[in-house]
Design a protein around this ligand. Structure first.
Ligand code: PGA
Length: 252
C-alpha cells in the first residue's frame, strides 16, 4: 500500500503569525480526515520553527520548499538542508517549476540538492512537469522522463525508497486550470513505468502526487485514479478548511 499524501506548498505567502494560525487550523480539523492520509505543510523558511511548535502533538509533518545545494559555508542567503532538518522538517520540495523557471535550477543543481536532502534524512518531494508549449507539442512524456532520468536515476535503491514525486503540469499551477483525472492518471502511470525501468518493483511503492489547481471540488476525482497518491497543493493549502477538505477526497 502506497502512502496517501496531501502536502501544502505555501510558497511565499503568509506572515509568520498567519502561518502559525493556518497550521493550528489544520491541526484542529485534522481529526475529521481519515488517519490514513499523511498531511505535510511546507511554510517559508522563516516560519519553520514556529510552525513546528504549532504542529507538536499532531501527526502533521513539516517540510521546507527548498534547500541549498551545498552543505554549509559562504553562500549568502542560502539555507542548508541540515538547518531545516534541525528545525523538525522531514521533507523538502525540490525542483518545483517556479524554482526551475525563475531561479534557473537545472538537473545539475538538483542532483546536489537531493544529495544534501538525503545526507540530512529529509525525504525529497521531487517535482516534474511540462509547460503548456511542451504539452501542446505532445512532448510532456519526454519532458518528465528527462527530469526523472537526469535526477532520480542517480539515486541509490535505498534513497529511492524515501522519495515522493510530484507531477505538476506548469500550465495548471495557479491558473485554475486542472489536468483532468484521466490526464493525471495517464502521466502518473507513465512516470511509474519510467521509475520501474530503473528501480523495478520498488516503483510500485513510490508516492506520486498531482499538483496544479487541486482543490476540494476536484481532489476526490483525481485521487481516485490508480496511480495518483495524493496532491501537492498551493493556493488551496492557504485555507485550513480547503486543505483538509482535499484530504477528505480520499474518503469518497
Ligand atoms: P496551485 O500550486 O495548487 O496553486 O496550482 C501547486 C504547486 O505549485 O505546488
Amino acid at each position: 500500500m502506497r502512502k496517501k499524501i496531501v502536502a501544502g506548498n505555501w510558497k511565499m505567502n503568509t506572515l509568520p503569525a498567519e502561518g502559525v494560525e493556518l497550521a493550528k487550523g489544520v491541526v484542529a480539523g485534522r481529526g475529521e480526515v481519515c488517519s490514513c492520509v499523511n498531511f505535510i505543510v511546507c511554510p517559508p523558511f522563516t516560519h519553520l520553527s514556529m510552525v513546528a511548535e504549532a504542529l507538536k502533538g499532531s501527526d502533521i509533518e513539516l517540510g521546507a520548499q527548498n534547500c541549498a545545494a551545498e552543505a554549509k559555508g559562504a553562500y549568502t542567503g542560502e539555507v542548508a538542508a541540515s538547518m531545516i532538518a534541525a528545525l523538525g522538517c522531514k521533507y523538502v520540495i525540490l525542483g518545483h517549476s517556479e524554482r526551475r523557471q525563475y531561479y534557473g535550477e537545472t538537473s545539475a543543481t538538483l542532483n546536489k540538492k537531493m544529495e544534501q536532502a538525503y545526507a540530512n534524512n529529509l525525504t525529497p518531494i521531487y517535482c516534474v512537469g511540462e509547460n503548456l508549449e511542451e504539452r501542446e507539442a505532445g512532448k510532456h512524456f519526454d519532458v518528465v522522463k528527462a527530469q526523472i532520468e537526469e535526477v532520480v536515476y542517480n539515486l541509490t535503491e535505498e534513497q529511492f525508497k524515501n522519495l515522493v514525486i510530484a507531477y505538476e503540469p506548469v500550465w495548471a499551477i495557479g491558473t485554475g486550470k486542472t489536468a483532468t483525472a484521466d490526464q493525471a492518471q495517464e502521466i502518473h502511470a507513465y512516470i511509474r513505468k519510467v521509475l520501474a525501468e530503473k528501480f523495478g518493483a520498488a516503483a510500485a511503492e513510490c508516492p506520486i502526487l498531482y499538483g496544479g489547481s487541486c482543490k476540494p471540488a476536484n481532489a476526490a476525482e483525481i485521487f481516485a485514479k490508480e496511480d495518483v497518491d495524493g496532491g501537492l497543493i498551493g493556493g488551496a493549502a492557504l485555507k485550513a478548511a480547503d486543505f483538509l477538505a482535499i484530504g477528505k477526497g480520499f474518503q469518497k
